[in-house]
Design a protein. Structure first.
Length: 379
């Protein structure tokens, strides 16, 4: 099943060439983008191969997804694992692709997400020192978005969601719909949070007439009501009540609570749960080489977070300016729910990239806002 042949080698080359062409079309808007986009493609592809080798030597869902797609376990175009099986079978069955080549398909999806993140941040990088670009080269961001599975698709959906909101393109509504679709197909509950965050933004910030808001809100509410049943079933919430939610959170806090990367988050305060989910493990908590690399990344992100907030004198106003309110609401709600329902730092390390690109954008936006205001004062 994982064997290498001349055909598979040629298919690997074809996929890499096709992927680079697609990435170039998406990311190279100007000549100055060529070097950065090429570097991101090479960087992300190296992590895809690394993930491929890692999954062969360790227990991973990716190999199971591929095996199911090969034997024809196409359970339909349905959200969650069935979608990953179906999507993987496009190559594994349609082109008789190997596990590596199917992984490279997901690498393309994740790389597009990384390039979209670059396009969202590019205008701010121009005002900063050259080394700020290395934020795009955070190892775990590329590692978890480069493998066969849900994480590459959810990362792409998150970055497309960010790109659609932060750029004034005619196709922004279409991009948001596409982002929602792909997030819904792998993680319906996170897609629901995209809608919830929009409802909050729409009510507070949307510049439309009050009468129109009163007309459209019932339609949004009806859509949310219809989707509640499906999301409840998907995440395992038995009843739509406060007791049901409380029971679900308590149950999730008990899952994956064994092993070197587990934590008793049920006993933590809410702020500590949030801090743990985003910034831990720290270097002194690392128990392996992989955990050490992750902890160094977390330290860098924590330093960036503190540095920007101190520099901006803890001015949180940019977080809620314009469409940033939509993004901030999405980050806040998503992080809160994940932090309260995840007991394992290993899971948190990969799943937090469903909102971290948006948080990084907001931090960089705040720093750019600070520098812009500071330069005006100096003049």
């Amino acid at each position: 099943m994982y064997g290498i042949s001349f055909y598979q080698n040629m298919l690997t080359i074809a996929i890499l060439i096709a992927s680079y062409i697609v990435i170039s079309i998406v990311g190279c808007r100007k000549k100055e983008d060529f070097i950065t986009v090429t570097a991101l493609f090479i960087w992300h592809t190296l992590f895809s191969v690394t993930y491929y080798l890692y999954s062969l030597a360790n227990v991973a869902d990716a190999t199971l997804y591929y095996a199911r797609s090969v034997i024809g376990e196409r359970t339909g175009f349905y959200p969650g694992t069935p979608f990953v099986n179906y999507f993987s079978s496009i190559l594994s069955q349609g082109a008789d692709a190997s596990y590596l080549n199917t992984t490279l398909l997901y690498n393309l999806v994740g790389t597009i997400g990384l390039v979209l993140l670059y396009l969202s941040l590019k205008k701010y990088f121009k005002a900063f020192s050259w080394y700020w670009i290395f934020i795009l080269f955070i190892p775990s961001m590329s590692f978890w978005s480069a493998g066969l599975g849900k994480d590459s698709v959810s990362f792409f959906a998150t970055c497309l969601f960010l790109y659609a909101i932060t750029t004034s393109k005619r196709a922004s509504l279409l991009n948001i719909a596409i982002a929602f679709f792909f997030m819904f197909m792998v993680r319906p509950h996170i897609a629901a949070l995209m809608i919830v965050s929009y409802v909050v933004y729409f009510i507070i910030k949307s510049k439309v007439h009050f009468i129109f808001k009163m007309f459209i809100l019932p339609i949004i509410g009806f859509g949310l009501f219809i989707s509640v049943g499906f999301v409840q079933q998907y995440i395992g919430l038995d009843e739509a009540s406060l007791n049901g939610v409380s029971g679900y959170i308590d149950g999730r806090q008990g899952l994956n609570s064994r092993g070197g990367s587990s934590l008793d988050i049920a006993s933590m305060s809410y702020p500590m749960q949030m801090f743990t989910y985003i910034f831990r493990p720290l270097p002194f908590e690392a128990s392996s080489a992989v955990a050490l690399v992750t902890s160094l990344e977390n330290t860098m992100i924590l330093f960036l977070f503190i540095y920007i907030l101190v520099k901006s004198k803890f001015n949180f106003r940019p977080f809620i300016q314009g469409k940033n309110l939509w993004l901030f609401t999405y980050v806040f709600i998503t992080c809160s729910i994940l932090a309260m329902t995840t007991a394992n730092l290993g899971i948190a390390t990969r799943q937090k990239w469903m909102f971290m690109p948006v948080l990084l954008y907001l931090l960089i936006y705040i720093y750019h806002d600070y520098k812009s205001n500071n330069s005006k004062v100096c003049k």
